[in-house]
Structures are given as structure tokens and as C-alpha cells.
Design a protein around this ligand. Structure first.
Ligand SMILES: Cc1cc2nc3c(=O)[nH]c(=O)nc-3n(C[C@H](O)[C@H](O)[C@H](O)COP(=O)(O)OP(=O)(O)OC[C@H]3O[C@@H](n4cnc5c(N)ncnc54)[C@H](O)[C@@H]3O)c2cc1C
Length: 395
């Protein structure tokens, strides 16, 4: 296939900017346009709920590539103008302009989920502006209520507790992160939160917002805080594609090279994209930093017709309550969880715990708590699907 003359990348976050960079690295000499809804240069999101929230980092530090650096690799930028539609060969922008290209890469990420009746003043956290607004609110506050005990909620709870706020987390499930990590390891996530001085209310369902500071739980109890954050996950940012031919049922369905099904000349990467996942046997959205980076490389090489590179294993991390949680592989596919290192699964210290996830007696995932060295060493064993004896024997 001939290389396209012009690639338009829609969405100027991690996946978008990495796609542009990887196109140049793969030798692409045609035109690249990068369209971003936000006015900012592409920036990194993980520090938003960590260093930016606590003030340890100034906002400028999250920039991935500023305008000068994008100009250096000859990328034409349209920032502060969302795309509103994609038709064959043309993307339409909110200011009424259009952009014609031979290839399109959709990298519009995800939007934070909101609850019914959620007041405007209740915070969510996805963008740099969200983080700065939450940081400013926390600076003048004594208490924080976090709705949702997932990674982002726990990270914000951790940062706020560290700044001396009284923090409550309400979580509808029996343990935090149950769906992703399972009940046994979810208990450890819950212990991190409570041992970090945060009140964790499990099995607590929010029924309504009384106002921007008070929520009502099933049973009628009301919980009030100076600041409320809703952290209940994110939905793929697809609204702008509603007038297009692309199937947007649950993320943009793509093949294993990121080509959008039924839309020749269109690829998708990152949180918005549901790639064919050979391990799961279905399309799946990995909402993790490393996946967006990996997918950008695969897509750029596919566009220029370069040899594909071997894919890495899925990987995620979260920094909270003084330690790093790391996961490799597919923990959610495990049918059995086995203690590989540390004492957390037996009720001892969470720090140093490494849990192995087995499916049909093969290691499919590993999750570690403050155990970076071990997690790195288990990577190869997850990669080859080691059996239990080999996984337990690792010294
Ligand atoms: C607060 C926070 C903390 C995180 N921490 C971690 C972590 O510790 N570890 C980890 O593995 N992952 C973490 N993640 C997840 C990780 O950041 C994402 O997986 C990654 O950013 C996905 O990249 P993306 O390019 O798909 O989406 P994004 O980085 O969200 O970029 C999408 C971009 O598209 C733009 N856009 C949306 N709609 C349009 C439109 N119509 N037209 C043009 N532009 C549009 C958006 O404004 C945005 O800039 C975190 C995410 C958040 C929000």
C-alpha cells in the first residue's frame, strides 16, 4: 500500500502525540496534522492525580511536547478546536473549518463518567484544567468526599489525606478495584486506603446529590464534605463521531493493528479504541498509559507499511499512600490468586506483596504493591504463561 500524503491525528493527548512522533520515527515524510480539543500542548495525565494535585509539580511539567518541539518534527497543530465529525477523507472542526487527509488516527481518549443529577460544582478529574480546579478547591478545604474507590479516586484521596484533609471514600462494591483485580487483591487496595487514614465506606451506594457538598446513600444517610470528587471511570470520547460511519457501540472497534473496522484509512489508539485482543478473543479497551503508547507505535508503523514490532504485555501502575501498585498481563482473566511474595494476602503488610493470577494453572497476570523489583522479574513468567511451581520458585 502506498504511504498516505497527509495523516490527520484527532486528539492531542498521549496517544495522539505519540502517533505523530512514531510516524516520524518510522520515516514518514508526508504532512501530519494534530487536532486537539484543549488549548494546551499535549500533556501527560498520570501526574494530574498525583504530583499536580499535591502541588509537587507545576502544571508546565506535565507537557509531553510543546509547540516548538512539535514544529521541529513538522507537525501542524490545531489546538483548542474539537473535531465534530469525520466523513470519508475529511474531518470537520468546531470552528467550521475542515481538514482533508488520506489517513486518520482517532485518539480522542475518554470523558469522565458523571452521575445522574451531579451538580456542576462537583469535581471530576480528566484534564489539566480539572486538576488545577480540584487543587484550588482542596487548598481551601478541610474535608473531601470521593465517590468511587478506583485508582484515580484512591490517588486523590491519598494526596488530600497527605495534605491533612479529612477524607471519605464511598465505594459501591465490596472492595475497591474488584472488577480489575478481584476480591482478594481488592481487599489490599482497601487496606491501603484505610491504613492511609481515610474513611472507606464499602457497599455504599449514592442515591442522590442533595447539593454540591452533600450526597445521600441508600438507607438515607447523608455525607457532607467541603469538596466532592466523582471518580467512577471514563467513557470513550465518541460523541463527535455520532454522525459518522464508524461503529461506536463500546469504543471504536479495531483489528489488532488499530485499523477501524469498516472504515478504510482510519485507525484508532488509546482509551477510545477497542482493539481485537487475541488473549481475550474479543475487542477490548485498555485504559492505561502504556497501551496508548504501544498502540501509537503499532499504528504509525502500519500506516507507513513498516514491519510490525513485537507487542509488550499490558502494564499499569498507580501511586497511592506512599507506594506503587503495578500490574502486568491480564489479572482480570485469572481464576485463582496465589501469594507469590510478601504477606498482604495473609493479612500482613500490604507493602511487598505480589499476587499471581492463574487461569487454568498458567500465570496470566501479576500485581505488586511496593514491589517493583519483583514485578519486573515476573514479567517474563507472565509472558510465557509459567505454571504455578515455576512462579513460586522465582527467587
Ligand atoms: C488523572 C489520571 C491519572 C492517570 N494515571 C494513570 C497511571 O497512573 N497509570 C496508567 O497506566 N494510566 C493512568 N491514566 C490513564 C492514562 O493517562 C490514559 O490511558 C492515557 O492518557 C490515554 O491516552 P489517550 O491519548 O487515549 O487519551 P488522552 O490522553 O485523554 O487524550 C485524548 C485527547 O483527545 C482530546 N479530544 C477529545 N475529544 C476530542 C475531539 N472531538 N476533537 C479533538 N480532540 C479531542 C482530549 O481533549 C484529550 O486531550 C490516568 C488518567 C488520568 C485521567
Amino acid at each position: 500500500m502506498a504511504q498516505p500524503g497527509h495523516v490527520a491525528v484527532i486528539g492531542a493527548g498521549l496517544g495522539g502525540v505519540r502517533t505523530a512522533e512514531q510516524l516520524r520515527s518510522a520515516g514518514f515524510e508526508g504532512a501530519i496534522s494534530l487536532v486537539g480539543a484543549e488549548p494546551h500542548a499535549p500533556y501527560d495525565r498520570p501526574p494530574l492525580s498525583k504530583q499536580v494535585l499535591t502541588g509537587a509539580w507545576a502544571a508546565e511539567r506535565v507537557v509531553l511536547r510543546d509547540l516548538a518541539a512539535l514544529a521541529e518534527i513538522d507537525v501542524d497543530t490545531r489546538f483548542g478546536v474539537p473535531a465534530v465529525a469525520l466523513h470519508e477523507g475529511t474531518v470537520e472542526l468546531a470552528d467550521g473549518t475542515t481538514l482533508d487527509a488520506d489517513a486518520f488516527v482517532i485518539a480522542t481518549g475518554a470523558d469522565p463518567r458523571r452521575l445522574p443529577g451531579q451538580p456542576e460544582e462537583v469535581h471530576t478529574l480528566r484534564t489539566l484544567d480539572d486538576a488545577l480546579s480540584l487543587r484550588a478547591a482542596l487548598a481551601g478545604a478541610k474535608s473531601l468526599l470521593v465517590v468511587g474507590g478506583g485508582f484515580i479516586g484512591a490517588e486523590v484521596a491519598s494526596g488530600a489525606a497527605g495534605q491533612g484533609l479529612r477524607v471519605t471514600v464511598i465505594e459501591a462494591a465490596r472492595v475497591p478495584c474488584e472488577r480489575a483485580l478481584g476480591p482478594e487483591v481488592g481487599v489490599l487496595c482497601g487496606r491501603l486506603i484505610t491504613e492511609g487514614g481515610v474513611e472507606l465506606r464499602l457497599g455504599a451506594t449514592l442515591t442522590r446529590f442533595v447539593d454540591a457538598h452533600t450526597v445521600e446513600l441508600a438507607g438515607g444517610e447523608q455525607v457532607t464534605a467541603d469538596v466532592v470528587l466523582v471518580g467512577i471511570g471514563a467513557a470513550p470520547a465518541l460523541g463527535w463521531l455520532s454522525r459518522s460511519d464508524v461503529d461506536v457501540t463500546n469504543g471504536i472497534a479495531c483489528d489488532a493493528s488499530g485499523r477501524v473496522l469498516g472504515a478504510p484509512g482510519v485507525w484508532a489508539v488509546g482509551d477510545v479504541a477497542a482493539w481485537a485482543d487475541p488473549v481475550r478473543g474479543k475487542h477490548f479497551r485498555h485504559e492505561h498509559w502504556t497501551s496508548a503508547v504501544d498502540q501509537a507505535t503499532v499504528v504509525a508503523r502500519d500506516i507507513v507499511g513498516a514491519e510490525p514490532q513485537p507487542r509488550g504485555l499490558p502494564y499499569f501502575w498507580s501511586d497511592q499512600f506512599g507506594l506503587k501498585i503495578q500490574g502486568i498481563g491480564h489479572p482480570d482473566l485469572g481464576d485463582t490468586v496465589v501469594r507469590l511474595k510478601g504477606e498482604g494476602l495473609a493479612g500482613g503488610a500490604v507493602k511487598g506483596t505480589v499476587a499471581g493470577y492463574f487461569a487454568d494453572e498458567r500465570l496470566v497476570g501479576v500485581v505488586g504493591f511496593g514491589a517493583a523489583k519483583w514485578v519486573a522479574r515476573y514479567r517474563a513468567l507472565v509472558g510465557k504463561g509459567a505454571d504455578r511451581a515455576e512462579a513460586l520458585a522465582l527467587e
